[in-house]
Write a protein that binds this ligand. Structure first.
Ligand SMILES: O=C(O)[C@@H](CO)OP(=O)(O)O
Ligand SMILES: [Mg+2]
Length: 422
């Protein structure tokens, strides 16, 4: 039989994401007839060191946000260069994409173009080889379902009202399995909804499905969530811990930080003191982007003070980029990394960042973007690399639920060999 994984066609198209913005979808067909399809997510609070997301800039279409140029790069530039290559050799595909792009941040072809192709090849290849995606990517070692870090209250750039911290998350650390943890989270989400209704607060939701009530302080948000956890019959510490994403790069001001909604300014030291106080008062075990993306020195000082108490997660700081992660490891800035495949623009570079993080003893969290699609690749990726954690929003928006449901299917497939947690 002829080898079934040679690339015979690659096609791009413009589709919509969960915010109604255009994004790239890519379809790859292999010689054995198998087809893989992948859609690319998109962020709102994007880090300045992320790979370049190519947008058309033609204001007559989607206010300049169209992705037809990226789609054209797939069809006209990438497709002819990759025809005949082994679609299952993702490293070779990704290397070819990096070379074709020829820039250090994918501004040549657009990271949305390269990622679409990279992911669609993986999807086509696992079909051709008759394997689930997590098994193809992770081999026999893939067995761990991630702890959800479920964002149930939205602020910052994901909600135009309320507080400055972007995400308030719950982590079902005491659950025995992923499915149990997910059920617990959904129950707490509903409990929080009832609580908000009872207080006359809005139950409208933000971009990632978390509620976005009008609140005036971070403490108020945290206390509401704790009440919701307890109201659903759970205990903090033993059943649940909290996680925050400050997305503090959004607060960067000329001198230090300015919280736009609260209107208060901080320098690095006083912001660190703020986090120390918050972690002293509440059961928070993970803090993402507590300082800005250029403040490596501040991060190092924060890590010295709080690194034994919590995961200090670099999102905008590391942008899934091994060069930036290496700096963080050397400086002891942070102790965990958020992995977003579109921050770097290929699957293998994302795998490299995960590997480097693990070798350095950093925790790894696979993450969605605030603009998502029905694509569930990150669910498989989380299991493939035994990441331990996944961040994929609240259980009330289908583009987020799609990832949770895929994890339930994987858990079922793994049966008694499934493990849970970071
Ligand atoms: O900051 C984040 O972690 C993400 C995802 O939750 O948001 P965005 O995709 O807008 O960057
Ligand atoms: Mg973040």
């Amino acid at each position: 039989m002829e080898y079934p994984c040679k690339i015979v066609s690659i096609k791009g198209r413009e589709i919509l994401d969960s915010r109604g913005n255009p994004t790239v979808e890519c379809v790859v067909r292999l010689s054995g007839g198998d087809v893989g399809r992948a859609a690319v997510p998109s962020g709102a609070s994007t880090g300045q060191f992320e790979a370049h997301e190519l947008r058309d800039g033609d204001s007559s279409r989607y206010g300049g946000k169209g992705v037809l140029a990226a789609v054209q790069n797939i069809t006209k530039t990438i497709a002819p260069a990759l025809y005949g290559m082994d679609g299952a050799n993702i490293r070779a595909i990704d290397r070819a994409l990096v070379e074709l792009d020829g820039t250090e941040n994918k501004r040549g072809l657009g990271a949305n173009a390269t990622l679409g192709v990279s992911l669609a090849c993986a999807r086509a290849a696992c079909r051709a080889l008759g394997l689930p995606l997590y098994r193809y990517l992770g081999g026999v070692r893939a067995d761990t379902l991630p702890v959800p870090m479920m964002n149930i209250l939205n602020g910052g750039a994901h909600a135009s009202n309320n507080v400055d911290i972007q995400e308030f998350m719950i982590m079902p650390v005491g659950a025995a399995s992923f499915s149990e943890g997910l059920r617990w989270c959904a129950q707490v989400y509903h409990s929080l909804g009832s609580l908000l209704r009872a207080r006359g607060l809005s139950t409208g939701v933000g971009d990632e499905g978390g509620f976005a009530p009008d609140l005036s302080s971070d403490s108020e948000a945290i206390e509401l969530i704790i009440e919701a956890v307890e109201g659903a019959g759970f205990e903090m510490h033993t059943d649940f811990m909290l996680a925050l994403d400050a997305a503090a790069s959004e607060w960067t001001a000329e001198y230090g930080y300015r919280l736009p909604k609260l209107g208060r300014s901080y320098d690095t030291d006083s912001l660190i003191a703020y986090w120390q106080d918050l972690l002293g008062r509440y059961p928070i075990c993970s803090l993402e982007d507590p300082l800005g993306e250029e403040d490596f020195i501040g991060w190092a000082s924060l890590t010295e003070k709080l690194g034994s108490k919590a995961m200090l997660v670099g999102d905008d700081l590391f942008v899934t980029n091994t060069e930036r992660l290496r700096q963080g490891i050397e400086l002891r800035a942070g102790n965990a990394i958020l992995i977003k495949v579109n921050q770097i623009g290929t699957l293998s570079e994302s795998l490299d960042a995960i590997e480097m993080a693990k070798k350095a003893g950093f925790r790894t969290i696979i993450s969605h973007r605030s603009g998502e699609t029905e694509d569930t690749t990150i669910a498989d990726l989380a299991v493939a690399v035994n990441a331990g954690y996944i961040k994929t929003g609240a259980p009330c928006r289908s583009e987020r639920v799609a990832k949770y449901n895929q994890l339930l299917r994987i858990e079922e497939q793994l049966g008694c060999s499934a493990r849970y947690g970071g």
